[in-house]
Design a protein around this ligand. Structure first.
Ligand code: HEC
Ligand code: HEC
Length: 429
């Protein structure tokens, strides 16, 4: 008895020793800055960026013009943002991209650059303000029950440098949640490419294709993954671009402020060419984002959500919202993001008519659906789709057009109980 418990103790001690050893080995294998870097990235992500030259600030270099003083101001709790809920409120978290069609080439707006910045540091002029109004579209489900969709219309006030004429192309976008993006970044390019079917050879009505964009770090054209039109290839570039166009913060990837030709004040205030976001800080934010875990699935599955899951396949939703993408050899296994990361023609109703790299004005990246449950639970007034026009998940589906028309119609003509089961499934994600 005594001998066996001693052996047991020795075995336990041995196991303890080896697990301690493996922890030490693992800790050594990782660069020592690892955990500290993520914390630093989190602090930077949450920081309020101060105007240039502010002493003691974690991050400075805001403006001259900008939208919001920090990443977390738009990606609150790493979740999605939303459009104003009351008429006449400014679009604070939404971004308004602007360009013009210059003899067939899409270029930044000559007076405002790539994005409307409605804020400015002292001494600079805010570019102007956007507001949204909605018109109501009335339609019916197959069983005769009515529903209403809100179509957004954008207007502009106090435009400081030029009137927006009919040449302007506008894309208004809501901040998406930023959880699990490291997993999406790790999906091998071949796996995404394998899902593409640009000429619809398999005749299923779905013709996804990847966006192709230049990776500024390598100088090579590569697959776009992030943003509503997959316009950014990496978390690094996405972060550097956000710093520049949302906050007016320069970095080694984008060393120049977005000062359009019409704004000489902006140019005068940007003579100092020192980089505002250091490579170390950029790397830290990138690490923070890369290590944010995917959203947790909400609640246990039940008979209704399981039926909803079957309908999700039957309706053809999975043709774009692919339930799992392969991840490279990793303990986490497959990436259950419910996206193919490809662009699809979503029809006239959702079109913004503003091309973005190779995405046309009608194409959007399949939105990942993981986290829908968590986001609905966290915010009663959560909004959906790229511009936040959909007030609930049914509206988000009913806006689907183009390649997704068949799937939308299957949902629209389904029995009320089946529609409810499908929504229950989406809320379980
Ligand atoms: C003014 C609001 C705003 C601010 C500030 C902002 N973002 Fe965003 N963010 C957005 C919007 C809008 C998008 C979608 C952009 C698109 O479609 O191109 C986005 C997209 C992203 C994405 C891609 C998400 C995905 O699912 O593809 C990441 C990552 C991200 N932002 C990180 C950051 C970081 C890091 C910062 C700070 C350096 C930041 N953002 C600051 C509004 C903002
Ligand atoms: C042809 C590809 C395609 C099919 C089929 C499709 N979707 Fe989508 N889905 C998209 C794209 C692209 C978006 C983003 C559109 C936008 O924001 O304008 C999207 C957005 C969504 C959203 C909103 C997500 C968010 O974060 O706001 C939901 C919910 C959704 N789809 C559910 C479904 C369901 C349910 C079905 C089946 C009835 C379906 N989709 C079929 C491509 C597709």
């Amino acid at each position: 008895m005594a001998a066996s418990s001693r052996r047991g103790f020795r075995a336990a001690a041995l196991v303890g020793f080896f697990s301690l050893l493996s922890i030490l080995v693992l800790a050594q294998a990782r660069p020592s800055a690892w955990a500290g870097e993520i914390d630093e990235g989190e602090a930077l992500f949450r920081a309020r960026v101060a105007p240039p030259g502010t002493s003691g600030a974690l991050l400075s270099g805001l403006g001259p013009t900008y939208n919001v003083e920090g990443c977390a101001g738009c990606h609150l709790n790493n979740g999605r943002g939303r459009p104003p809920l009351r008429l006449g409120e400014p679009l604070t978290q939404m971004v308004v991209r602007l360009s013009i069609d210059f003899a067939g080439e899409i270029v930044p707006h000559p007076a405002y650059g790539v994005q409307l910045n409605d804020q400015a540091v002292p001494g600079a002029t805010p570019e102007g303000r956007a507001f949204v109004e909605y018109s109501v579209i009335k339609r019916r489900y197959g069983d005769g029950t009515g529903f209403e969709l809100l179509k957004p219309h954008y207007g502009f006030l106090d435009m400081a440098f030029a009137r927006l004429d009919e040449r302007v192309l506008i894309s208004v976008r809501m901040p998406p949640a930023v959880r699990g993006l490291g997993a999406l970044e790790a999906v091998p390019e071949d796996a995404i490419q394998a899902l593409a079917d640009p000429t619809d050879e398999n005749r299923d009505g779905i013709s996804g294709r990847p966006n192709r964009v230049v990776d500024i770090v390598t100088g090579r054209e590569t697959l776009g993954r992030f943003g509503w039109k997959a316009g950014q290839p990496t978390l690094r570039q996405q972060t550097a671009e956000a710093a520049r166009i949302d906050m007016g913060v320069t970095s080694s990837l984008f060393p120049l402020e977005d000062c359009p030709p019409a704004q000489d004040q902006c140019a005068r205030m940007s003579i100092d060419r020192s980089l505002e976001l250091s490579d170390r800080a950029l790397q830290a934010i990138e690490s923070y984002l890369r290590h944010l875990p995917p959203p947790k699935r909400l609640g246990a599955r039940n008979a209704t959500s399981e039926r909803g899951e079957r309908l999700f396949t039957e309706f053809g939703c999975t043709l774009c919202h692919v339930p799992a993408l392969p991840s490279p050899p990793a303990p986490t296994g497959a990436v259950a993001a419910y996206t193919d990361l490809l662009l699809h023609d979503m029809g006239e109703g959702l079109a913004d008519h503003r091309p973005d790299h190779q995405a046309s004005g009608r194409e959007w990246r399949t939105a990942p659906l993981w986290g829908l449950g968590q986001e609905a639970a966290a915010d009663e007034q959560v909004r959906y789709l790229h511009d936040g026009r959909a007030r609930d998940l049914a509206e988000a589906i009913l806006w689907h057009g183009g390649e997704a028309s068949i799937a939308r119609e299957r949902f629209r003509v389904a029995r009320a109980a089946d529609r409810a089961a499908l929504i229950a499934f989406l809320k379980s994600l």
